[in-house]
Design a protein. Structure first.
Length: 429
Protein backbone atom coordinates (compact mmCIF):
# COMPACT_ATOMS: atom_id res chain seq x y z
CA UNK A 1 0.00 0.00 0.00
CA UNK A 2 1.01 3.61 -0.48
CA UNK A 3 2.42 5.35 2.63
CA UNK A 4 -0.68 7.55 2.90
CA UNK A 5 -2.74 4.55 4.04
CA UNK A 6 -0.06 2.57 5.87
CA UNK A 7 1.25 2.32 9.40
CA UNK A 8 4.86 1.27 10.09
CA UNK A 9 4.23 -1.71 12.36
CA UNK A 10 2.09 -3.47 9.78
CA UNK A 11 4.19 -2.59 6.74
CA UNK A 12 7.28 -3.92 8.52
CA UNK A 13 5.71 -7.39 8.54
CA UNK A 14 5.70 -7.43 4.74
CA UNK A 15 9.11 -5.89 4.14
CA UNK A 16 11.89 -8.12 2.69
CA UNK A 17 13.95 -7.99 5.88
CA UNK A 18 11.19 -9.59 7.95
CA UNK A 19 10.41 -12.12 5.24
CA UNK A 20 14.02 -13.28 4.90
CA UNK A 21 14.44 -13.38 8.66
CA UNK A 22 11.48 -15.77 8.86
CA UNK A 23 12.89 -17.83 5.97
CA UNK A 24 16.18 -18.09 7.83
CA UNK A 25 14.49 -19.15 11.06
CA UNK A 26 12.51 -21.85 9.23
CA UNK A 27 15.69 -23.24 7.65
CA UNK A 28 17.76 -22.96 10.86
CA UNK A 29 15.11 -24.59 13.05
CA UNK A 30 14.75 -27.36 10.46
CA UNK A 31 18.51 -27.92 10.66
CA UNK A 32 18.24 -28.23 14.46
CA UNK A 33 15.53 -30.86 14.06
CA UNK A 34 17.54 -32.73 11.45
CA UNK A 35 20.53 -32.68 13.80
CA UNK A 36 18.35 -34.09 16.60
CA UNK A 37 17.44 -36.93 14.25
CA UNK A 38 21.08 -37.47 13.30
CA UNK A 39 20.42 -36.64 9.65
CA UNK A 40 22.95 -33.81 9.67
CA UNK A 41 25.87 -33.04 12.05
CA UNK A 42 25.01 -30.87 15.05
CA UNK A 43 28.02 -28.73 14.20
CA UNK A 44 26.40 -27.92 10.86
CA UNK A 45 23.18 -26.79 12.54
CA UNK A 46 25.18 -24.56 14.89
CA UNK A 47 27.08 -23.09 11.95
CA UNK A 48 23.83 -22.04 10.30
CA UNK A 49 22.76 -20.09 13.38
CA UNK A 50 26.23 -18.64 14.04
CA UNK A 51 27.20 -17.62 10.52
CA UNK A 52 23.84 -17.31 8.81
CA UNK A 53 23.40 -13.91 7.17
CA UNK A 54 21.89 -12.51 4.00
CA UNK A 55 21.80 -9.33 1.95
CA UNK A 56 18.65 -8.25 0.18
CA UNK A 57 20.59 -6.68 -2.68
CA UNK A 58 22.62 -9.85 -3.20
CA UNK A 59 19.51 -12.04 -3.11
CA UNK A 60 17.92 -9.82 -5.77
CA UNK A 61 21.08 -10.05 -7.87
CA UNK A 62 21.11 -13.85 -7.71
CA UNK A 63 17.39 -14.08 -8.42
CA UNK A 64 17.80 -12.07 -11.62
CA UNK A 65 19.97 -14.93 -12.84
CA UNK A 66 18.31 -18.05 -11.38
CA UNK A 67 14.72 -16.76 -11.59
CA UNK A 68 13.85 -18.42 -8.27
CA UNK A 69 13.54 -16.49 -5.00
CA UNK A 70 14.11 -19.35 -2.54
CA UNK A 71 17.16 -20.62 -4.43
CA UNK A 72 18.52 -17.08 -4.51
CA UNK A 73 18.12 -16.81 -0.75
CA UNK A 74 19.74 -20.20 -0.09
CA UNK A 75 22.62 -19.33 -2.40
CA UNK A 76 23.28 -16.08 -0.57
CA UNK A 77 22.95 -17.85 2.80
CA UNK A 78 25.53 -20.44 1.75
CA UNK A 79 28.00 -17.66 0.92
CA UNK A 80 28.04 -16.82 4.63
CA UNK A 81 27.60 -20.27 6.20
CA UNK A 82 30.24 -22.01 4.10
CA UNK A 83 30.55 -25.79 3.50
CA UNK A 84 27.95 -26.64 6.17
CA UNK A 85 25.31 -24.95 4.00
CA UNK A 86 25.01 -28.19 2.03
CA UNK A 87 22.88 -29.50 4.91
CA UNK A 88 20.39 -26.62 4.71
CA UNK A 89 16.99 -27.31 3.11
CA UNK A 90 17.50 -31.09 3.34
CA UNK A 91 14.39 -32.86 2.02
CA UNK A 92 12.44 -29.59 1.82
CA UNK A 93 10.70 -27.86 -1.06
CA UNK A 94 10.28 -24.13 -1.65
CA UNK A 95 6.66 -24.05 -0.52
CA UNK A 96 7.70 -25.42 2.86
CA UNK A 97 9.49 -22.12 3.33
CA UNK A 98 7.05 -19.84 1.50
CA UNK A 99 3.82 -21.15 3.00
CA UNK A 100 5.17 -21.42 6.52
CA UNK A 101 6.55 -17.89 6.24
CA UNK A 102 3.19 -16.58 5.02
CA UNK A 103 1.55 -18.25 8.02
CA UNK A 104 3.92 -16.44 10.37
CA UNK A 105 3.31 -13.11 8.62
CA UNK A 106 -0.47 -13.50 8.73
CA UNK A 107 -0.24 -14.45 12.41
CA UNK A 108 1.83 -11.33 13.08
CA UNK A 109 -0.67 -9.23 11.10
CA UNK A 110 -3.57 -10.77 13.02
CA UNK A 111 -1.99 -9.81 16.33
CA UNK A 112 -1.81 -6.17 15.24
CA UNK A 113 -5.35 -6.23 13.88
CA UNK A 114 -6.64 -7.68 17.16
CA UNK A 115 -4.92 -4.84 19.03
CA UNK A 116 -6.59 -2.39 16.64
CA UNK A 117 -9.97 -3.95 17.30
CA UNK A 118 -9.51 -3.76 21.07
CA UNK A 119 -8.84 -0.04 20.76
CA UNK A 120 -11.88 0.47 18.54
CA UNK A 121 -14.08 -1.54 20.90
CA UNK A 122 -12.90 0.56 23.83
CA UNK A 123 -13.78 3.78 22.00
CA UNK A 124 -17.20 2.47 20.96
CA UNK A 125 -17.98 1.28 24.47
CA UNK A 126 -17.04 4.62 26.00
CA UNK A 127 -19.12 6.64 23.55
CA UNK A 128 -22.07 4.21 23.74
CA UNK A 129 -22.19 4.54 27.52
CA UNK A 130 -21.81 8.32 27.23
CA UNK A 131 -24.89 8.51 24.98
CA UNK A 132 -26.79 5.60 26.46
CA UNK A 133 -29.90 7.73 27.01
CA UNK A 134 -29.35 10.37 24.32
CA UNK A 135 -32.66 10.01 22.48
CA UNK A 136 -32.43 10.16 18.71
CA UNK A 137 -34.49 9.27 15.69
CA UNK A 138 -34.46 5.69 14.52
CA UNK A 139 -34.88 5.43 10.77
CA UNK A 140 -35.85 2.70 8.36
CA UNK A 141 -35.44 3.26 4.61
CA UNK A 142 -33.92 6.61 5.66
CA UNK A 143 -37.35 7.71 6.95
CA UNK A 144 -38.29 8.47 10.56
CA UNK A 145 -39.47 5.29 12.27
CA UNK A 146 -39.46 5.30 16.09
CA UNK A 147 -37.17 6.78 18.75
CA UNK A 148 -33.99 5.01 19.83
CA UNK A 149 -30.87 6.29 21.57
CA UNK A 150 -27.54 7.21 20.08
CA UNK A 151 -25.92 4.92 22.62
CA UNK A 152 -27.91 1.99 21.24
CA UNK A 153 -26.76 2.85 17.72
CA UNK A 154 -23.13 2.69 18.85
CA UNK A 155 -23.76 -0.40 20.98
CA UNK A 156 -24.99 -2.24 17.89
CA UNK A 157 -21.72 -1.48 16.14
CA UNK A 158 -19.78 -2.47 19.27
CA UNK A 159 -21.51 -5.87 19.21
CA UNK A 160 -20.73 -6.25 15.51
CA UNK A 161 -17.02 -5.61 16.07
CA UNK A 162 -17.02 -8.03 19.00
CA UNK A 163 -18.27 -10.68 16.58
CA UNK A 164 -15.60 -9.63 14.11
CA UNK A 165 -12.95 -10.03 16.79
CA UNK A 166 -14.19 -13.56 17.58
CA UNK A 167 -14.02 -14.44 13.89
CA UNK A 168 -10.50 -13.01 13.57
CA UNK A 169 -9.27 -15.00 16.55
CA UNK A 170 -10.60 -18.15 14.89
CA UNK A 171 -9.12 -17.17 11.52
CA UNK A 172 -5.74 -16.50 13.15
CA UNK A 173 -5.82 -19.94 14.74
CA UNK A 174 -6.64 -21.59 11.42
CA UNK A 175 -4.06 -19.73 9.36
CA UNK A 176 -1.19 -20.29 11.83
CA UNK A 177 -0.22 -23.51 10.10
CA UNK A 178 3.25 -24.91 9.36
CA UNK A 179 4.19 -27.16 6.45
CA UNK A 180 7.56 -28.93 6.20
CA UNK A 181 6.55 -32.01 4.22
CA UNK A 182 8.69 -31.92 1.08
CA UNK A 183 7.68 -32.34 -2.54
CA UNK A 184 3.96 -33.20 -2.90
CA UNK A 185 3.63 -33.45 0.88
CA UNK A 186 4.56 -37.11 1.43
CA UNK A 187 7.49 -36.61 3.86
CA UNK A 188 9.45 -39.04 1.67
CA UNK A 189 12.68 -37.10 2.17
CA UNK A 190 12.03 -35.52 5.57
CA UNK A 191 10.70 -36.80 8.87
CA UNK A 192 7.43 -35.26 10.17
CA UNK A 193 9.40 -34.64 13.38
CA UNK A 194 11.06 -31.71 11.58
CA UNK A 195 7.72 -30.12 10.78
CA UNK A 196 6.54 -30.46 14.38
CA UNK A 197 9.83 -29.02 15.66
CA UNK A 198 9.66 -25.97 13.37
CA UNK A 199 5.96 -25.46 14.12
CA UNK A 200 6.62 -25.43 17.88
CA UNK A 201 9.47 -22.93 17.49
CA UNK A 202 7.37 -20.56 15.38
CA UNK A 203 4.14 -20.83 17.36
CA UNK A 204 2.33 -22.71 14.60
CA UNK A 205 0.53 -26.03 14.21
CA UNK A 206 1.52 -28.66 11.62
CA UNK A 207 -0.72 -28.95 8.56
CA UNK A 208 -2.36 -32.39 8.92
CA UNK A 209 -2.50 -33.10 5.19
CA UNK A 210 -0.52 -30.89 2.84
CA UNK A 211 0.15 -31.40 -0.84
CA UNK A 212 3.03 -29.23 -1.92
CA UNK A 213 1.21 -26.28 -0.43
CA UNK A 214 -0.92 -25.55 2.62
CA UNK A 215 -4.55 -25.89 1.44
CA UNK A 216 -5.84 -22.48 0.39
CA UNK A 217 -9.25 -22.84 2.01
CA UNK A 218 -7.47 -21.67 5.17
CA UNK A 219 -6.37 -18.47 3.45
CA UNK A 220 -9.79 -17.97 1.87
CA UNK A 221 -11.42 -18.09 5.31
CA UNK A 222 -8.85 -15.65 6.67
CA UNK A 223 -9.32 -13.02 3.98
CA UNK A 224 -13.10 -13.49 4.02
CA UNK A 225 -12.93 -12.59 7.71
CA UNK A 226 -10.98 -9.44 6.87
CA UNK A 227 -13.68 -8.64 4.32
CA UNK A 228 -16.42 -8.90 6.95
CA UNK A 229 -14.45 -6.58 9.25
CA UNK A 230 -14.07 -4.12 6.38
CA UNK A 231 -17.82 -4.22 5.73
CA UNK A 232 -18.49 -3.56 9.43
CA UNK A 233 -16.19 -0.53 9.17
CA UNK A 234 -18.12 0.70 6.15
CA UNK A 235 -21.43 0.15 7.92
CA UNK A 236 -20.47 2.46 10.77
CA UNK A 237 -18.78 4.95 8.44
CA UNK A 238 -21.93 5.17 6.32
CA UNK A 239 -24.04 5.86 9.41
CA UNK A 240 -21.79 8.75 10.38
CA UNK A 241 -21.80 10.13 6.84
CA UNK A 242 -25.62 10.20 6.86
CA UNK A 243 -25.77 11.80 10.29
CA UNK A 244 -23.37 14.54 9.14
CA UNK A 245 -25.53 15.63 6.20
CA UNK A 246 -26.53 19.28 6.53
CA UNK A 247 -30.24 18.43 6.71
CA UNK A 248 -29.59 15.98 9.59
CA UNK A 249 -26.41 17.14 11.38
CA UNK A 250 -26.91 14.96 14.44
CA UNK A 251 -23.23 14.00 14.60
CA UNK A 252 -20.11 14.87 12.66
CA UNK A 253 -16.43 14.16 12.38
CA UNK A 254 -14.21 16.40 14.47
CA UNK A 255 -13.13 19.41 12.40
CA UNK A 256 -9.77 20.58 13.73
CA UNK A 257 -8.61 24.23 13.91
CA UNK A 258 -7.02 25.18 10.62
CA UNK A 259 -8.65 22.32 8.72
CA UNK A 260 -10.15 23.17 5.35
CA UNK A 261 -13.02 21.34 3.71
CA UNK A 262 -12.99 22.63 0.14
CA UNK A 263 -10.64 24.48 -2.19
CA UNK A 264 -13.61 26.40 -3.58
CA UNK A 265 -16.13 26.75 -0.71
CA UNK A 266 -14.69 27.96 2.62
CA UNK A 267 -17.81 26.93 4.55
CA UNK A 268 -17.51 23.19 3.89
CA UNK A 269 -17.08 20.57 6.67
CA UNK A 270 -17.11 17.28 4.81
CA UNK A 271 -17.13 13.73 6.25
CA UNK A 272 -13.82 13.00 4.56
CA UNK A 273 -12.55 10.40 7.03
CA UNK A 274 -15.63 8.20 6.86
CA UNK A 275 -15.81 8.60 3.08
CA UNK A 276 -12.17 7.49 3.03
CA UNK A 277 -13.05 4.48 5.19
CA UNK A 278 -15.83 3.51 2.80
CA UNK A 279 -13.28 3.44 -0.01
CA UNK A 280 -10.66 1.55 1.99
CA UNK A 281 -13.23 -1.12 2.84
CA UNK A 282 -13.52 -1.82 -0.88
CA UNK A 283 -9.76 -2.40 -1.09
CA UNK A 284 -9.86 -4.97 1.71
CA UNK A 285 -12.89 -6.76 0.26
CA UNK A 286 -11.13 -6.88 -3.11
CA UNK A 287 -8.93 -9.66 -1.66
CA UNK A 288 -11.85 -11.95 -0.87
CA UNK A 289 -12.75 -13.19 -4.34
CA UNK A 290 -9.11 -13.90 -5.39
CA UNK A 291 -8.58 -15.74 -2.09
CA UNK A 292 -11.60 -17.92 -2.83
CA UNK A 293 -10.37 -18.53 -6.37
CA UNK A 294 -6.96 -19.57 -5.03
CA UNK A 295 -8.50 -22.63 -3.37
CA UNK A 296 -8.70 -24.52 -6.65
CA UNK A 297 -5.13 -25.46 -7.67
CA UNK A 298 -3.93 -28.11 -10.14
CA UNK A 299 -3.27 -31.49 -8.52
CA UNK A 300 -0.70 -31.19 -5.72
CA UNK A 301 0.11 -27.58 -6.58
CA UNK A 302 0.56 -24.85 -9.11
CA UNK A 303 1.58 -21.25 -8.45
CA UNK A 304 -1.48 -19.41 -9.75
CA UNK A 305 -2.13 -18.39 -6.13
CA UNK A 306 1.37 -17.10 -5.47
CA UNK A 307 1.43 -13.81 -7.36
CA UNK A 308 -2.05 -12.93 -6.10
CA UNK A 309 -1.14 -13.50 -2.44
CA UNK A 310 2.06 -11.47 -2.75
CA UNK A 311 -0.13 -8.49 -3.62
CA UNK A 312 -3.33 -8.86 -1.62
CA UNK A 313 -1.71 -10.25 1.52
CA UNK A 314 0.12 -7.01 2.30
CA UNK A 315 -2.53 -4.74 0.77
CA UNK A 316 -5.49 -6.17 2.71
CA UNK A 317 -3.77 -6.31 6.10
CA UNK A 318 -2.03 -2.95 5.79
CA UNK A 319 -5.25 -1.27 4.63
CA UNK A 320 -7.39 -2.83 7.34
CA UNK A 321 -4.88 -1.88 10.04
CA UNK A 322 -4.99 1.73 8.87
CA UNK A 323 -8.79 1.73 8.55
CA UNK A 324 -9.37 0.36 12.06
CA UNK A 325 -7.05 2.98 13.54
CA UNK A 326 -8.72 5.75 11.55
CA UNK A 327 -12.21 4.64 12.62
CA UNK A 328 -11.10 4.55 16.26
CA UNK A 329 -9.99 8.17 15.92
CA UNK A 330 -13.29 9.15 14.33
CA UNK A 331 -15.34 7.56 17.12
CA UNK A 332 -13.07 8.92 19.83
CA UNK A 333 -13.53 12.52 18.64
CA UNK A 334 -17.02 12.25 17.12
CA UNK A 335 -19.02 15.43 17.78
CA UNK A 336 -22.59 14.62 18.83
CA UNK A 337 -25.50 17.07 18.78
CA UNK A 338 -28.30 15.92 21.14
CA UNK A 339 -30.33 19.12 20.57
CA UNK A 340 -30.35 18.52 16.83
CA UNK A 341 -31.40 14.93 17.45
CA UNK A 342 -34.36 16.10 19.51
CA UNK A 343 -35.28 18.78 16.98
CA UNK A 344 -35.31 16.22 14.17
CA UNK A 345 -37.27 13.80 16.31
CA UNK A 346 -39.98 16.40 16.92
CA UNK A 347 -40.02 17.68 13.35
CA UNK A 348 -42.78 15.38 12.04
CA UNK A 349 -45.55 16.32 14.41
CA UNK A 350 -45.58 13.18 16.52
CA UNK A 351 -45.82 10.66 13.67
CA UNK A 352 -43.21 8.54 15.46
CA UNK A 353 -45.85 7.51 18.03
CA UNK A 354 -48.22 6.01 15.45
CA UNK A 355 -47.56 2.38 16.39
CA UNK A 356 -48.31 3.01 20.05
CA UNK A 357 -51.66 4.57 19.12
CA UNK A 358 -52.39 1.67 16.76
CA UNK A 359 -51.81 -0.88 19.52
CA UNK A 360 -53.80 1.11 22.07
CA UNK A 361 -56.79 1.16 19.74
CA UNK A 362 -56.64 -2.61 19.33
CA UNK A 363 -56.47 -2.97 23.12
CA UNK A 364 -59.58 -0.77 23.29
CA UNK A 365 -61.52 -3.21 21.11
CA UNK A 366 -61.00 -1.78 17.61
CA UNK A 367 -59.94 -4.26 14.92
CA UNK A 368 -56.36 -4.01 13.74
CA UNK A 369 -57.49 -3.09 10.24
CA UNK A 370 -59.72 -0.26 11.45
CA UNK A 371 -57.07 0.91 13.93
CA UNK A 372 -54.47 1.08 11.17
CA UNK A 373 -56.91 2.99 8.94
CA UNK A 374 -57.73 5.51 11.65
CA UNK A 375 -54.11 6.25 12.53
CA UNK A 376 -52.93 6.34 8.93
CA UNK A 377 -55.76 8.65 7.90
CA UNK A 378 -54.59 11.24 10.41
CA UNK A 379 -50.89 10.57 9.83
CA UNK A 380 -51.21 11.37 6.14
CA UNK A 381 -52.60 14.77 7.04
CA UNK A 382 -49.49 15.44 9.14
CA UNK A 383 -47.31 14.51 6.18
CA UNK A 384 -49.22 17.18 4.28
CA UNK A 385 -48.38 19.78 6.93
CA UNK A 386 -51.76 19.82 8.65
CA UNK A 387 -51.39 20.11 12.46
CA UNK A 388 -49.85 17.39 14.69
CA UNK A 389 -50.85 13.76 15.00
CA UNK A 390 -51.88 14.17 18.63
CA UNK A 391 -54.20 17.12 17.87
CA UNK A 392 -55.72 15.37 14.86
CA UNK A 393 -56.38 12.19 16.83
CA UNK A 394 -58.03 14.15 19.63
CA UNK A 395 -60.29 15.81 17.05
CA UNK A 396 -61.21 12.54 15.32
CA UNK A 397 -64.56 11.26 16.63
CA UNK A 398 -63.77 7.72 15.47
CA UNK A 399 -60.75 7.48 17.80
CA UNK A 400 -62.11 5.81 20.94
CA UNK A 401 -59.32 6.95 23.24
CA UNK A 402 -59.54 9.74 25.80
CA UNK A 403 -57.41 12.84 25.53
CA UNK A 404 -55.60 11.75 28.70
CA UNK A 405 -54.84 8.34 27.21
CA UNK A 406 -53.60 9.91 23.98
CA UNK A 407 -51.31 12.26 25.92
CA UNK A 408 -49.89 9.24 27.72
CA UNK A 409 -49.16 7.50 24.42
CA UNK A 410 -46.98 10.39 23.21
CA UNK A 411 -44.29 9.83 25.84
CA UNK A 412 -40.66 9.44 24.76
CA UNK A 413 -39.64 7.51 27.88
CA UNK A 414 -41.73 4.57 26.68
CA UNK A 415 -39.14 3.99 23.95
CA UNK A 416 -36.12 3.99 26.25
CA UNK A 417 -37.41 1.73 29.02
CA UNK A 418 -35.48 -1.35 27.78
CA UNK A 419 -32.18 0.39 27.02
CA UNK A 420 -30.50 -0.73 30.24
CA UNK A 421 -31.51 -4.31 29.56
CA UNK A 422 -30.01 -4.23 26.06
CA UNK A 423 -26.75 -2.73 27.35
CA UNK A 424 -26.51 -5.48 29.95
CA UNK A 425 -26.90 -8.12 27.23
CA UNK A 426 -23.87 -6.77 25.42
CA UNK A 427 -21.67 -5.36 28.18
CA UNK A 428 -22.83 -7.41 31.15
CA UNK A 429 -23.60 -6.00 34.58
Amino acid sequence: MIPRYSRPQMTTIWEPENKFRIWFEIEAHACDAQAELGVIPKEAARAVWERGQWEIERIDEIEREVKHDVIAFLTNLSEYVGPEARFVHQGMTSSDVLDTCLAVQLKQASDLLLQDMDELLAALKRRALEHKMTVTMGRSHGIHAEPTTFGLKLLGHYAAFERCKTRLIAAREEIATCMISGAVGTYAHIDPFVEKWVADKLGLKPEPVSTQVIPRDRHAAFFATLGVIASSIENLATEIRHLQRTEVREAEEYFSPGQKGSSAMPHKRNPVLTENLTGLARVVRAAVTPALENVALWHERDISHSSVERMFGPDATVTLDFALARLTGVIDKLVVYPDAMMKNLESMGGLIFSQRVLLALTQAGVSREDSYRLVQRNAMKVWGGESSLLDLLKADADVVLSDEKLDELFDLSFHTKRVDEIFKRVLGE
